[in-house]
Design a binder for this molecule. Structure first.
Ligand code: ADP
Ligand code: MG
Length: 319
């Protein structure tokens, strides 16, 4: 395995932030760490980058134990949420900085920096200073600055959270394209499950300092192992089956009709979302959500009785 995080532990003020976390990452793979705020994502990433020293466990990269190496000696580069760019330097100087710091001659450093800026789609703004750039452009500079040193592992901590929704989605695919082009191994930290599903080869869902489940986005979405994962990834309805077991099902696998179906309920809400419309349905003591294609929406009103049918193949039995 190219990058191994092995049983990492970090305790702050007697409270474990990371509590025995292990993940194996292949060369060229992009793995997302996803989980709610406070579950230990940033602490994990900082241990890989060398900014936090683990209390227990080891990190191996390309057969080398890097657990105790200082950040500047590690073949890793981090893109932070805040970008951490140098405001008084030009775009080009920002990107060339890491190379000069590593003793590369100015001319060669600038040429390599120019190439990297081209890769991230920023060629016209090289002489601008950072505050003359939009948020999306600053994001590209931060990415170029991290990549220019050709790290073995690229670490990203919620890199898109300062951008507006539309730009976030565009940058998401840009980051993925660049990561694939350069075949760079990457860890991507986000609390946004949709982002993780969209851009990862694999996802590690974190819960309270440990990995709750790893798998491809499809595996995690369609076969969550626990209620926590089912609840966190996508939207899930929980159904108590007659046999005492609990199951989860996504809203797109619940269909509504005037009659027939598995059980009945009452419409209590309707949200138009463009292509899809989500209905909330009161069923006994619980509420279920059902997605319908807006173009097929019969437009039920609040208070209407409806029949619900579950797509049995998609039911996931839990715990
Ligand atoms: P996430 O990135 O998933 O939101 P963090 O790794 O930042 O989570 O934090 C995990 C836990 O560790 C939180 O409870 C946080 O308050 C705590 N923590 C993180 N860094 C420190 C620190 N330097 N000192 C004390 N507690 C910390
Ligand atoms: Mg964090």
């Amino acid at each position: 395995m190219y990058l191994q995080l092995n049983n990492l532990k970090k305790i702050f003020d007697e409270v474990p932030a990371v509590n025995g976390l292990s993940i194996d990452i292949e060369e060229g793979e992009m793995v997302s760490l996803v989980g709610p705020s406070g579950c230990g994502k940033t602490t994990t990433l900082k241990m890989v980058g060398g900014f936090v020293s683990p209390d227990e466990g080891a990190i191996t990269l390309d057969r080398e134990d890097i657990t105790e190496l200082p950040p500047e000696k590690r073949p890793t580069a981090t893109v932070f949420q805040s970008y951490a760019l140098f405001p008084h330097m030009t775009v080009l100087q920002n990107v060339a900085y890491g190379l000069k710091f590593r003793g590369i001659k100015k001319k060669a450093a600038l040429r390599t920096a120019e190439e990297m800026l081209e890769r991230v789609g920023l060629t016209t703004s090289q002489e601008k200073t950072i505050h003359q750039l939009s948020g999306g452009e600053q994001q590209r500079v931060a990415l170029a600055r991290a990549l220019v040193i050709r790290p073995k592992v690229l670490l990203m901590d919620e890199p898109l959270s300062n951008l507006d929704a539309k730009l976030r989605i565009r940058m998401r695919s840009e980051i993925r394209r660049i990561q694939r082009d350069m075949a760079i191994t990457a860890i991507y930290v986000t609390h946004d499950q949709e982002e993780a599903l969209a851009l990862s080869d694999r996802i590690a869902v974190m819960e309270k300092g440990i990995v709750a489940q790893t798998g491809t986005p499809y595996e995690i979405y369609s076969h969550p192992d626990t209620s926590f994962v089912a609840d966190f990834i996508g939207r899930s309805n929980f159904v108590d089956m007659g046999d005492g077991r609990r199951a989860a099902i996504h809203p797109e696998d619940v269909s509504l009709s005037w009659d027939g179906g598995d059980f009945t309920g009452t419409i209590i809400g309707r949200q138009f979302k463009g292509a899809m419309t989500t209905y909330s349905v009161r069923v006994g003591q619980s509420t279920m959500e059902a997605d319908v294609l807006s173009r097929d929406d019969p437009r039920w009103d609040e208070g209407n009785p409806v029949h619900l049918k579950l797509n049995r193949d998609k039911l996931v039995y839990l715990d």
